[in-house]
Structures are given as C-alpha cells and as structure tokens.
Write a protein that binds this ligand. Structure first.
Ligand SMILES: Cc1ncc(COP(=O)(O)O)c(C=O)c1O
Length: 396
C-alpha cells in the first residue's frame, strides 16, 4: 500500500483553509484547485457549440471526449456508453421513461427501501404510468444490511428492472451488487445501480458489479455539479429516448438533451485526474486510480473506525447501521436532542455534519427515525484525524 499524504491532499482545497471540518461530503464534496482551475480555463479558452470547423468548436469536442474518457477510466466502461446530464436524478427520470415504453401491466419493477429517493420514485412513477407493478425490498433496520436473498425473494420472470444502490447515502451499507446482478440476470431483468454514494469511496468496475446501468455524480467525488450515466453502448443503441429532431441520434448523444455543461465536463476530467493523483505514481490513469482509491479506502476506513470508537465511548449516542461492508459514512442520534439541534451545536464548533433524511426517505422511515432522520458524518479524502477529534470533542 502506498502512503497517503492527507496534508498534501488538503493543501489543494481552498475551502479547508477557513478551518471548518467538513463531514458534509456525502451531500457534496469540497473541490480542489485543479478542478476549479479546469472549469475556469475551459470558460475562458473560447468555447462554442460542438463542431468540426472553428478552433472553438474543436475545443468543445476535445472537452467532451476527454470527459467521456475520464469517466470511462473511473468506472471501467466504454467511453461511448458515458452519458452526461444535469444530475443523477434527471438521468434516472429520463431513463425510467425510456425503459417504461416497453413495460405494461403484468411487468414488475423492483426498488429497495435502502435507496435514495432518486433510485425509487422515478421507477415507481414510471411503472405506475404504464400499469406495471412495483415490488419493494426491505433492509434489516437493526443492522442496515440488504441481503441478496431479500432481492431474490421478489424476482420472477415478470421482473423487468431492479434498481439498487451500490451504497446507502444514509447508512453506508454496500449490498452485494455482483450477487444481486447474477440473480437479476437469471430472470432476464436489467439492473440499474445507483453509484452516487459508492463511487467516491471505492474503485468502481461497472462490469464487475454486473450493472446494466450505473449512475453517479461528480460533485460527490471532488468534481463539479452534474450527473453521469454509464451503460454498454449496445444497450443504449437499443433504446429510443424522446429527443429533438435536429439533435444527434448517435449514442451516447441521443440521451443528452440540449447543450452539455462543457465547463463542468472539463472539471470532471480534472476531478478524475485528481483522484488518480491522490497517491503520486506511474502507470495508466486506471492503474493510478486503482492505487489511489485503495489508499483512500484505507485512509477513510481508519478514520471511520476512530470516529465510531469515539462516538461509542460517549454517553447517549446511538449509531445506526453496522453492515459488514459499508462506506465511511456514519449516521448517529443523540439522546434528548433533535438531529438538527446536534448539527447546529456542531456547526457552532466549526464542524459541518448536517442532519436529515438526505432524501433517503424510505430508509429513514424504515429505521424508525422518521423524516427528521439523524446526524450524518461523512469522511472524505481530505478528512484528517484532527477533524474527527474536533467532532468528538464538540459532542463530549
Ligand atoms: C445515493 C444517492 N443517490 C442519488 C443522489 C442524487 O444525485 P443527484 O443530486 O446527482 O441527482 C444522491 C444525492 O445526494 C445520493 O446520495
């Protein structure tokens, strides 16, 4: 394992200079100078629409293809299967409507209560619009685990699509997606994986996950605000989204409605390059990502252990979620205090750890927390031990 120099990483984030401890990464991570500089450089370089004549058009083409290649390296997918959009939510809604064109009464769609609402509601509403049936999968509220057997129990030859998260943004739980994929494919259904909370914390290989569709959001992994959907080009070729007549019918462009945010794409490439350079080294970008993400995982897991041990030692704190495999995202409640009160107390101490259900509404309700949820402390590549110790000191 190469060493992870968190002080060097932190020095690249201007937002950390103010001294705030940012545990709000699962909502949106802080941005390194490299990403902000790339956005700025793209905007002042002279950009226009895509095209093949002027320098401005060619620059845009270069920005778009570089971003597709960067996401392809991050996710181990074909760049031709990388679709950009405003957010994961928008891309999921769009895709749900395309897929639902071929569903009808008797067809079944599976969603889980572990998921963020963006991987539930679009499917529930698309199924409802065409008379298809929705099957719900529950997780174990005592542990936060989502057993593969719970998914298997609702599968049938009528299942058309299963939507599951690669990691819960509330509990951190990482279901066994490859095993779920095997069961889903055995009944001939498609698997849509929400990778938004998982992608910042692990080296993703969409093929190894077994996902037919994989969605993520660069603003959760040190990049700008946009969403990315990845799928095999052949699968995208088989789908016909509604689109404008003059816009490109090629894949992946036919899924990208309107003009793309080119400056955000430039920032996305920079974010992937930054991740690949978290541990300086040689090799292809994918090889460097593998080394860096392994180091991030080790760094973040050690901090999570320190945070959880510290929280357990404090009176009146309940930790939610103890799944065997989970991201470094810790959800907790404090006896006698509303979640928001705790967040306010922490904010006053310069520690950002927001409270709520974080749009994982079904999950918060199934945990018995209600819509107010709990307090979430998410560890990011720039988190260090002093951040953790400050959070613990503020609660002591
Ligand atoms: C697990 C998860 N899925 C989906 C989303 C929605 O992503 P976006 O804001 O790109 O629509 C979020 C955002 O918090 C999330 O945490």
């Amino acid at each position: 394992m190469s060493t992870y120099d968190v002080a060097r990483v932190r020095s690249r984030f201007p937002a950390l200079a103010g001294g705030t401890a940012h545990f709000d990464g699962p909502g949106g991570s802080q941005v390194p100078l490299e990403v902000a500089d790339a956005v700025h450089a793209a905007m002042v370089a002279g950009l226009t629409n895509r095209g093949s004549v002027t320098m401005a058009e060619l620059r845009v083409e270069a920005v778009v293809s570089a971003a597709r290649r960067a996401m392809a390296d991050l996710l181990a997918v074909d760049p031709v299967g990388v679709v950009f959009g405003r957010s994961m939510t928008q891309l999921t809604y769009d895709l749900s409507r395309v897929l639902a064109k071929s569903w009808g009464p008797g067809d079944e769609v599976v969603v889980t209560r572990l998921d963020h609402d963006s991987n539930i509601r679009p499917w529930v509403q698309a199924a409802g619009a065409v008379g298809a049936t929705v099957r719900w999968v529950d997780f174990d509220p005592a542990t936060g685990e989502l057993p593969t057997s719970a998914v298997e129990a609702v599968l049938s030859p009528r299942t058309r699509l299963v939507a599951v998260t690669a990691a819960s943004n509330l509990l951190g739980t990482r279901p066994d997606v490859p095993a779920i994929a095997e069961a889903v494919h055995a009944v001939g259904a498609l698997l849509f994986v929400d990778g938004v909370h998982h992608t910042p914390h692990a080296l993703v290989d969409v093929g190894a996950l077994g996902a037919d569709f994989h969605a993520c959001s660069p603003y959760k992994f040190l990049g700008p605000h946009l969403g990315v959907l990845a799928a095999a080009p052949a699968l995208l070729e088989a789908l016909r989204p509604d689109k404008l007549l003059p816009s490109s019918d090629a894949v992946p462009e036919r899924f990208e409605l309107g003009t793309l945010p080119y400056e955000a794409l430039a920032g996305t490439t920079a974010a992937v390059d930054f991740l690949a350079g978290l541990v300086p080294g040689a090799g292809t970008r994918r090889e460097r990502l593998a080394v860096s993400m392994a180091a991030v995982d080790a760094h973040e897991t050690a901090l999570r252990d320190r945070l959880e041990a510290g929280l357990r030692a404090l009176p009146g704190i309940t930790l939610h979620g103890t799944a065997a495999r989970r991201t470094p995202t810790v959800l907790f409640s404090v006896a006698g205090k509303a979640p928001r009160e705790v967040s306010e107390l922490l904010a006053a101490a310069g520690v950002n750890a927001p409270s709520g259900n974080f749009y994982a509404l079904e999950c918060a309700r199934h945990l018995g927390l209600g819509d107010a949820g709990a307090v979430r402390a998410g560890i990011a590549p720039y988190t260090d031990e002093s951040d953790v110790d400050r959070l613990l000191a503020a609660l002591a």
